[in-house]
Design a protein around this ligand. Structure first.
Ligand code: GCB
Length: 596
């Protein structure tokens, strides 16, 4: 059929174009935070709101100024809106609160043109799509709001003042990840740090330093140089372990190593970290790295060979009091101090890779981490573009955080419905995760359990559950599903040969609202408190329960939540209100964790 043929051809072309465009963002450097040649470009940037998306046709990226008397230019970055970077744009102006669309950002920065070096622009996270121009020339684009990307701009850079323009678009899209609907605010903008990095031509691009799988006394990994066309000497040092190792890279700039060492192992009670540095010529990058092992044995999770119960909590990358995205060390400290106060040793950074400040501060506080890509409900798995995008996001997440001892579980999805396409995509992602990093566990969160009334038992039939190491279960007993019988009578027969983590449970309450513990629509602290009490009773009947992670730490903003009196655009399942007040249920959770 000619139509089919041309449709197919057309589809292939579109897929190819999408792919090549995405490749414009190169593999990003490991850890600009530890690189002495990285300069932050954070601050107040000029901005233009481009609601109808006319800026590309009008060439905003040229940032032109009129050159003669007869000329005018119908846009200007100067003298108008200014936005903070990092930071979402929605929380910076009342009229941008609900905005989804194009925003142009512009700033200048000074640089020295030096062809003996390489210069990069590194973006820690822009939501959802970014296109970048330097001095009027396009350097590339990137899709996906929660992982870094970078461009080598050595060729476009000029001596002196450089003009940088970014087009950010946060429209939701059917073939996006996440897609058209999700239960959190669609914050757009340059959400995370931006760096200009000016490094020697030969420099450290990537490295991995972790315990060798199966050994607690061997540190293994690799270093990958950029710009090396012949073998190079690289020094690896870990002073507190008396390691000073001279490595020699191969013709491709790579050196692998295995070093006998006896590091004190990282664990929640003593999150020991070591200074690690790689030096090649005048280039150096340093990191703080912890060493630990994580594995599954039967239904147990073993941390450093010992069974561990994950006392967790979920949260979004949001500062509720500021009604905006979290982006700094100070934000991380605010969120995570509340996590620690609750008695947790585990967090689930729902539902996407959160910024590196959060991951690193959590790790230093001794928190184990479940990190997830934003494959959240409603994904069009039959669209082949989805697989490519998901693979890219997964690769970028694992790549960025592979040195973090705190990360123990890579999660590939949250609440997806089984289907031929979904099973194929997600089991493929499980395999890919294991190929990319065989040292951590693979998980996913499921909400498709079946309740069998006759035997008061939950089961789960899902091929994906068979594929993962750890099964996460989201079940809102007492909220979306009333308890059918007393909680102590409900049995769980879900993936019993594996560890099960109750990755989400809870219910909504408006802080300060009091009412009956038996009436859901009282939205009261008492009802929420009772939900937790009952769930903890039910949990006694989950033989393979190895962790719990209530939904959620703070009330968070969400367009899903339209109850004008009790929600007002907030998901009220927080144990803590948007103003930072602890609800009654907070204490029930705390007591549960203290007793463990
Ligand atoms: C879920 C989702 C989470 C929602 C939550 C809720 O199952 O995973 O993203 O926010 O339920 O509050 O309904």
């Amino acid at each position: 059929m000619p139509f089919f043929k041309s449709f197919k051809t057309c589809f292939l072309i579109v897929a190819f174009v999408c792919l090549t465009l995405n490749l414009a963002a190169q593999s990003f450097m490991m850890n600009p935070y530890g690189c002495k040649d990285a300069v932050l470009l954070n601050g107040r940037w000029n901005a233009i709101i481009d609601q109808y998306g006319r800026g590309e046709a009008k060439k905003f990226f040229q940032n032109r100024k009129p050159q003669k008397n007869t000329e005018f230019v119908e846009y200007s970055f100067d003298g108008g809106l200014r936005l903070d970077v990092p930071g979402d744009f929605n929380s910076q102006l009342p009229e941008l609160k609900y905005y989804e669309g194009n925003v142009w950002y512009q700033r200048t920065f000074m640089a020295k043109k030096d062809t003996s070096r390489r210069q990069y622009l590194y973006f820690a996270g822009v939501s959802y799509e970014a296109a970048v121009w330097l001095n009027g020339k396009k350097v590339g684009r990137h899709e996906g709001g929660f992982t870094p990307f970078q461009f080598d701009v050595s060729d476009q850079l000029v001596d002196g003042e450089n003009d940088l323009v970014i087009l950010v678009n946060n429209n939701r899209r059917v073939d996006g990840i996440p897609a058209m609907q999700f239960d959190w605010w669609n914050y757009g903008g340059i959400l995370r740090d931006v760096f200009f990095v000016d490094r020697p031509r030969v420099h450290v691009h990537d490295y991995k330093v972790q315990l060798k799988k199966g050994f607690e006394d061997v540190i293994a990994g690799y270093v990958q140089l950029e710009g090396a066309s012949s073998p190079q000497p690289v020094e690896l040092s870990v002073p507190e372990l008396n390691i000073k190792q001279q490595l020699t890279t191969d013709a491709k700039g790579r050196a692998s190593f295995e070093i006998a060492a006896k590091p004190q192992l990282w664990e929640p009670a003593a999150p020991r970290m070591y200074q690690v540095a790689f030096t090649v010529g005048s280039d150096a990058v340093s990191d703080e790295i912890g060493f630990r092992s994580i594995e599954v044995k039967g239904s147990d999770i073993l941390l450093n060979g010992k069974p561990v119960f994950l006392k967790g909590i979920n949260f979004h990358e949001e500062i509720p009091q500021r009604m905006g995205r979290a982006y700094s060390d100070a934000d991380a400290a605010m969120i995570l101090s509340e996590v620690k106060a609750l008695g947790c040793n585990f967090i689930r950074t729902a539902h996407y890779p959160q910024n590196e400040h959060i991951v690193r501060v959590a790790e230093k506080m001794g928190l184990m981490i479940w990190e997830e890509i934003p494959l959240w409900q409603g994904i069009e798995f039959s669209n082949p573009v989805i697989l490519k995008k998901a693979e890219t996001m997964l690769r970028e997440m694992i790549y960025r955080d592979k040195n973090r001892a705190g990360i123990i579980i890579w999660s590939i999805a949250n609440e997806t419905d089984p289907s031929e396409y979904r099973d194929k995509v997600l089991t493929g992602l499980v395999d890919m995760t294991r190929r990319l990093d065989g040292t951590r566990l693979v998980g996913a969160a499921f909400d498709n359990m079946t309740y069998h009334k006759d035997v008061s038992t939950f089961t789960l039939e899902d091929r994906l559950a068979e594929a993962v190491d750890v099964v996460g279960v989201n079940k809102y007993m007492g909220w979306y599903m009333p308890f059918p019988v007393e909680p102590e009578k409900i049995m769980w027969d879900v993936a019993v040969d594996k560890p099960l983590i109750m990755t989400e449970f809870g219910g909504e309450a408006l802080y300060g609202q009091h009412g009956s513990k038996d009436v859901a629509h009282s939205w009261s602290e008492e009802y929420q408190e009772e939900i937790y009490r009952k769930n903890y009773v039910m949990f006694e009947n989950i033989p393979n329960l190895r962790g719990t992670s209530p939904w959620v730490l703070f009330d968070f903003r969400s367009p899903y939540r339209c109850h004008q009196r009790n929600q007002e655009g907030w998901n009220r399942k927080g144990l803590v209100s948007d103003k930072g007040q602890r609800k009654k249920a907070w204490w029930v959770v705390k007591n549960f964790y203290e007793a463990r």
